[in-house]
Design a protein around this ligand. Sequence first.
Ligand SMILES: *[C@@H]1O[C@H](CO)[C@@H](O)[C@H](O)[C@H]1NC(C)=O
Ligand SMILES: *[C@@H]1O[C@H](CO)[C@@H](O)[C@H](O)[C@H]1NC(C)=O
Ligand SMILES: *[C@@H]1O[C@H](CO)[C@@H](O)[C@H](O)[C@H]1NC(C)=O
Ligand SMILES: *[C@@H]1O[C@H](CO)[C@@H](O)[C@H](O)[C@H]1NC(C)=O
Ligand SMILES: *[C@@H]1O[C@H](CO)[C@@H](O)[C@H](O)[C@H]1NC(C)=O
Length: 298
Amino acid sequence: MRLSIIHCALALSLASLGSASSRDKRYQYLTVTHTVTGATTEPTPWKWDVNATTSFPIHESCNATETRLLQRGLDEAVALAKHAKEYILRYGNSSDIYTKYFGTAGTGEAIGWLDKLVSGDRGNSLFRCDNIDGNCDQAGWGGHWRGSNATGETVICPLSYTTRKPLDGLCGYGYTVISGALNFYFASDLIHRLYHVPQFGEGIVEHYADSYEDCLELALSDPALSVRNTHTLQYFALEVYAYDISVPGTGCLGEPASSPKPNQTTASATDTNSTPTSSAATVSRSLFVCYKALRSTC
Ligand SMILES: *[C@@H]1O[C@H](CO)[C@@H](O)[C@H](O)[C@H]1NC(C)=O
Ligand SMILES: *[C@@H]1O[C@H](CO)[C@@H](O)[C@H](O)[C@H]1NC(C)=O
Ligand SMILES: *[C@@H]1O[C@H](CO)[C@@H](O)[C@H](O)[C@H]1NC(C)=O
Ligand SMILES: *[C@@H]1O[C@H](CO)[C@@H](O)[C@H](O)[C@H]1NC(C)=O
Ligand SMILES: *[C@@H]1O[C@H](CO)[C@@H](O)[C@H](O)[C@H]1NC(C)=O
């Protein structure tokens, strides 16, 4: 019955197209009467993200102080990853810092891996403080991924709470991106630990190159792998945060330990008259070219 009325209305509507005089008739069957009888129970609205875990679970084995310091470190890790993501969203591969670390790789994957830390569900991860595998007894251990003992779990040892620096101290304490340790700041240390957890790194973000120099090399030799390299993502995040937020417009990149002087490189042998410019972008670009040259000629 209802169907036939709709058909009728449609037929009338088509028949009257273009005819101004009968235009009003097109709508004569569209009156709808909705009778509400008594109190109705509205159906429960669909909640697509039911049971989502939006904060990092911290185990009860962490005491009050550890919990607060760890929570702060995780918040800082998210802030560090978030800025790196937003930097790529803003500048893409037009940034020399981007191409230095990721070569010709498209931007979507690095954005995605960083966003996993910023916006991803945290329900299959757990941070604990109870030295359950006994690894914290080893000198110098700040923590560890539990691996096959519990892939979603990370132990943070007491050493971390007394040594890892706050993100607000980035560029302080004599730290530079090139020569500083990636675990100097709790934020960058925790980015590393988070990528070991399958929920964030998916077994794809891994260790493919470790030192600063090796990370730059990877950008040239295998850009597709560079966007999945844990240390590359850490170096990149630290460099752009330092430059944009910690010491605006300056940062604290530092000097490459093995950086050849322009007059000492094979690469510059054919170009001895070139004078170095002071532009940060040019310096960054020439570093990129320099490492390329090292790779193929030295
Ligand atoms: C949410 O959690 C409740 C309680 O644990 C459970 O009964 C329910 O199945 C969960 N729903 C989804 C969609 O995970
Ligand atoms: C930058 O990305 C564009 C596409 O947006 C691409 O055409 C270009 O080759 C890329 N440049 C580099 C250096 O990767
Ligand atoms: C797993 O637990 C055993 C002891 O139960 C320990 O020897 C081993 O180091 C642990 N694995 C990791 C990755 O911590
Ligand atoms: C919490 O644990 C740390 C070690 O990580 C320890 O130094 C501190 O005394 C503990 N705090 C309390 C209140 O037990
Ligand atoms: C290279 O340049 C530096 C200054 O930048 C200078 O001190 C050094 O003597 C030069 N070395 C050679 C071999 O020309």
